[in-house]
Design a protein around this ligand. Structure first.
Ligand code: CA
Length: 231
């Protein structure tokens, strides 16, 4: 009996020791990880957390494009009008690249309202975000007007054809429910060195001129590997 107890105690001691060792190893591992990520992280672009951001394309696509935009910015509309369809058919629809959208409100106060509408719609239906994105750019009024009112944004959401709970959207806007998400997007952009809209990051590299489709192509091809010295 006593012997058994003793053995039992011993194995308990061993268990405590093994658990302790594992704990220490984990702590050291975590310390090294934090140290490394602190060293690698910093303010380099490409370290943006893309969780919860609207995404277009195949999640497994090798190239990641991040667009920073303001729904009120005429240049963002122009990017949509002149670059987006080609970019989509060449790289997004073909599974080579995926595109994330992040808010970077710069034009005026109501840019934030427009951005919050995008966030709210995304929470209701991820696909509906892109229908809204298209509808906004197709109908974008003059930037000098304070057009991004909750009423008009709800109207645009309705026009987008997506099945949305417009009452919820209205409330979300009335309560500024997604304000912090918009601010977080902008802050992440600023950390990545973004200072204008639209801006594109291709696997973390800032595209000098987002209206130069050749530059966009060159960077994507370079990231896809092999295409870098084609041009
Ligand atoms: Ca966002």
């Amino acid at each position: 009996m006593g012997k058994q107890r003793n053995t039992h105690d011993k194995s308990r001691q061993n268990l405590v020791m093994v658990t302790g060792v594992i704990f220490v190893v984990l702590l050291i591992g975590l310390g090294i990880y934090n140290l490394l990520s602190g060293m690698i992280g910093g303010d380099e672009a490409g370290e943006i957390n893309l969780d919860g951001q609207p995404m277009l394309g195949d999640p497994d696509a090798p190239v990641t494009i991040v667009e920073f935009a303001d729904f009120k910015c005429p240049a963002c509309k122009s990017f949509y009008d002149h670059i987006m369809s080609e970019l989509k058919s060449d790289y997004i629809d073909t599974g080579k690249a995926k595109l994330y959208f992040m808010n970077f409100p710069v034009v005026s106060r109501d840019s934030y309202t427009a951005a919050m509408a995008g966030e709210a719609i995304y929470r209701q239906d991820q696909e509906a975000f892109w229908a809204f994105y298209e509808t906004v750019y197709k109908n974008q009024p003059d930037e000098g007007l304070e057009w991004a009112t909750p009423e008009f944004l709800v109207e645009l959401a309705k026009q987008s054809g997506a099945e949305l709970d417009l009452e919820t959207l209205q409330k979300d806007l009335a309560y500024n429910r997604y304000q912090s998400d918009v601010l977080k997007d902008k802050e992440a952009g600023q950390k990545a060195g973004i200072n204008a809209t639209p801006s594109l990051l291709i696997n973390g590299q800032n595209v000098q001129n987002p209206f130069d489709y050749e530059e966009i192509k060159r960077l994507i091809e370079q990231e896809l590997g092999g295409g870098s010295d084609e041009k």
